[in-house]
Design a protein around this ligand. Structure first.
Ligand SMILES: Cc1cc2nc3c(=O)[nH]c(=O)nc-3n(C[C@H](O)[C@H](O)[C@H](O)COP(=O)(O)OP(=O)(O)OC[C@H]3O[C@@H](n4cnc5c(N)ncnc54)[C@H](O)[C@@H]3O)c2cc1C
Ligand SMILES: *[C@@H]1O[C@H](CO)[C@@H](O)[C@H](O)[C@H]1NC(C)=O
Ligand SMILES: *[C@@H]1O[C@H](CO)[C@@H](O)[C@H](O)[C@H]1NC(C)=O
Ligand SMILES: *[C@@H]1O[C@H](CO)[C@@H](O)[C@H](O)[C@H]1NC(C)=O
Ligand SMILES: *[C@@H]1O[C@H](CO)[C@@H](O)[C@H](O)[C@H]1NC(C)=O
Ligand SMILES: *[C@@H]1O[C@H](CO)[C@@H](O)[C@H](O)[C@H]1NC(C)=O
Length: 585
């Protein structure tokens, strides 16, 4: 089928499938009531809406600011990561970073049904079991422990072998995966190449103690060199909306979805009992702006799932937050909850790169041929995006960093501090260096009392000097790995600054100049123990001091997992649905 015909065909199918359940603007929302309104149809929101409406007694409305994902090729082809149109992105920029030479970083967030899972790098990592056991400890709820969440990981996941016959025996652990769930997960289709084999050699022959081969990064014990897993199934991105809001789910009579609908505020529903604030009303506006407003009240609960940037923004716009900050914006406080938008953790990333001995880059992809191949059978270079191998490492326990900059932030001995995602383009090879356990915290604040104004995102990078030094330790780990004999005839001179240079300043300067964000913000409306003054949510995701309102998305995470966060968001959302169902039914 030709591209044009194909697009028309897809458009026709979309129309047929959703004629009655699906609304393009707030004007289309029918005059009826819903048990639950999910605000933000992103990664977590898609899961929650899908799971709740499995029960035909439960009615749900999903409110999404962005457009629909369905039929959009750019959101299906994994290799199109770098060319996803701006329409599907909130296109935020951070505040200038005081410790990164005042650089402003581009800060992507998904603006589409399916949220950031539609535009992310698809790397699928759960982190360490110690991370979740720390969640359980922080919240006082054993339901957040690794062992308690593990069955939810299995029901969320649908592991698939890669198309094309790559032999994946010995490259993953079948025992830790789910096979009947929603989100499709796989290893990439391409069989290991010479670079991959050198890396494997480094782990199995030379540096086995420091960089052991680890069969599976998603077993709860990720340390070592692992084959990278992605949220891709049969060569297609498996976003939250594709996986959880597929055509049969959208056809449920108890599920309505409205897109292009912007939640401006949450309002008290005016039915307070015993002075307890009850918030079940949402104020909506067209995504395009203007003064039109529409309010809707959920019969049972509002579930805020607008993500780590927009959930706190909506709470603040509603007068729920630090009353001093709200007053300075001219917003009346309805609930003084000082930690809304505070305590944001994000993982900074740098690189360590070498010239190769050949210096010859791999041939450029023929984009038309690659697209043709992908369309014909979902194989080829566009069927994948991420790097093929990832190393999860700890900073050596005798490092001076712990004496100089305070205690180890990792949740336990099984949690890595540093992730190295291996990279090779023929002319240049090496790795990215991600700090998984940052000590610095950032903030999300309002810019004004105009709900359409983008929030102020301050990543707070290197507010805590531990993080800068930890990236140096990461560069040392990279240097150690690539010093193995497996690389001697492949790598030439290093391109990036030497972490061990006698003068530490150039390395630091370089890091401040080039550090980027992994786009992994969490914790801006975090859970804490019941009765704790810290945090924003109780362990059941309810906003402290309020009935009728939960926050369930990356904001709710009390400690950043030592990996990329989408897997944790999926598990959290699966449990949110369980908690909500068990509270009402
Ligand atoms: C470019 C990019 C690459 C990434 N790469 C990876 C990766 O490789 N692996 C990984 O694990 N993680 C990755 N992440 C992070 C991961 O995708 C997120 O942590 C996760 O998807 C967050 O889920 P969420 O439900 O909290 O928020 P989101 O999925 O962002 O959902 C929030 C939803 O709410 C909607 N919304 C916001 N405000 C409003 C409003 N006012 N009214 C109505 N709707 C609203 C948004 O449009 C969005 O659909 C990446 C993120 C990005 C942006
Ligand atoms: C997919 O199609 C390409 C040609 O476009 C072909 O070379 C390849 O063998 C096919 N792969 C599979 C798994 O069918
Ligand atoms: C696949 O790989 C495993 C482990 O290396 C090997 O034992 C097995 O024979 C291979 N299977 C096939 C069909 O090649
Ligand atoms: C891996 O190591 C083995 C044994 O030392 C060696 O024979 C092989 O050539 C190495 N492969 C690569 C790709 O370095
Ligand atoms: C830490 O221990 C290793 C191995 O025992 C040693 O090579 C290294 O020099 C030590 N580092 C420091 C900072 O003491
Ligand atoms: C790396 O290779 C490039 C291109 O050949 C060259 O310009 C550069 O000087 C090399 N860098 C080092 C550190 O050798």
């Amino acid at each position: 089928m030709r591209a044009g015909t194909f697009a028309l065909f897809v458009a026709a199918c979309v129309k047929l499938a959703h004629a009655n359940v699906y609304y393009q603007s707030i004007d289309g929302i029918p005059d009826r009531t819903y048990d639950f309104i999910v605000v933000g149809g992103g990664t977590a929101g898609s899961v929650i809406a899908s799971r709740l409406t499995e029960d035909p007694r439960i009615s749900v409305l999903v409110v999404e600011a962005g457009p629909d994902n369905e039929g959009v090729l750019d959101l299906q082809i994994p290799g199109y990561y770098f060319q996803i149109p701006a329409t599907y992105n909130w296109n935020y920029e951070t505040e200038p970073g005081a410790n990164i030479h005042n650089r402003v970083l581009k800060f992507d967030r998904g603006h589409v049904l399916g949220g950031s899972s539609c535009i992310n790098g698809m790397v699928y990592t759960r982190g360490a079991s110690d991370d979740y056991d720390a969640w359980a400890k922080i919240t006082g709820d054993p339901g957040w422990s690794w062992n308690a969440l593990f069955p939810l990981y299995k029901i969320h996941e649908k592991w698939l072998p890669p198309l094309g016959g790559r032999n994946i025996t010995g490259q993953y652990d079948p025992r830790v995966h789910g096979y009947n769930g929603k989100t499709q997960v796989s290893l990439i289709q391409k069989s290991p190449d010479e670079f991959d084999l050198r890396a494997l050699n480094t782990s199995t022959q030379y540096l086995c103690k420091d960089f052991p081969f680890n069969l599976d990064p998603n077993s709860g014990t990720p340390l070592g060199l692992t084959w990278t897993q992605s949220t891709i199934g049969d060569g297609v991105r498996s976003s939250a909306s594709a996986a959880y809001l597929d055509t049969p789910v959208r056809a449920r009579p108890n599920l309505d979805i409205v897109v292009n609908a912007y939640a401006t505020r949450l309002l008290s529903s005016g039915t307070e009992k015993k002075k307890q604030l009850d918030i079940r009303t949402i104020e909506l506006a067209p995504r395009s702006g203007g003064t039109t407003r529409k309010t809707l009240t959920a019969e049972k609960e509002l579930i805020l799932s607008a993500g780590a940037i927009n959930s706190p923004q909506i709470l603040l716009n509603s007068g729920i937050g630090d009353s001093a900050d709200l007053t300075s914006m001219g917003i009346q406080t309805i609930l003084n909850l000082p930690n809304v938008g505070k305590d944001m953790s994000d993982q900074p990333v740098t690189v360590a790169l070498w010239n190769t001995t050949s210096g010859v880059p791999f041939p450029l992809l023929d984009p038309a041929a690659a697209l043709e191949q992908w369309k014909s059978n979902h194989t080829g270079p566009l069927s994948a995006f991420a790097t093929r191998q990832t190393i999860w490492s700890r900073i050596p326990s005798n490092s001076t960093i712990f004496k100089r900059f305070g205690p180890d932030p990792a949740s336990g001995e099984g949690a890595p501090h540093i992730e190295l995602s291996l990279y090779d383009d023929g002319a240049v090879a090496g790795t990215s260096i991600i700090l998984l356990t940052p000590k610095s915290r950032g903030t999300v604040k309002l810019r004004s009392n105009n709900p359409f104004d983008p929030p102020r995102i301050d990543l707070g990078y290197f507010n805590n000097p531990f993080d800068l030094e930890a990236l140096r330790e990461g560069a040392r780990l990279a240097k150690q790995f690539f010093s193995a004999p497996s690389w001697s005839d492949y790598l030439a001179a290093p391109i990036t600054a030497d972490p061990d240079a006698a003068d530490p300043a150039p390395f630091e300067d370089n890091t401040r100049d080039f550090v980027l964000t992994t786009l992994h913000p969490v914790g801006t409306a975090a859970m804490s123990a019941r009765g704790s003054k810290a945090g924003v949510l109780d362990p059941d995701l309810r906003v402290k001091g309020v009935t009728g309102l939960r926050v369930a998305d990356a904001s709710s995470i009390p400690l950043i997992p030592t990996g990329h966060p989408q897997a944790a968001v999926y598990a959290l959302a699966e449990r949110a649905a369980v908690l909500i169902k068990s509270a009402w039914y």
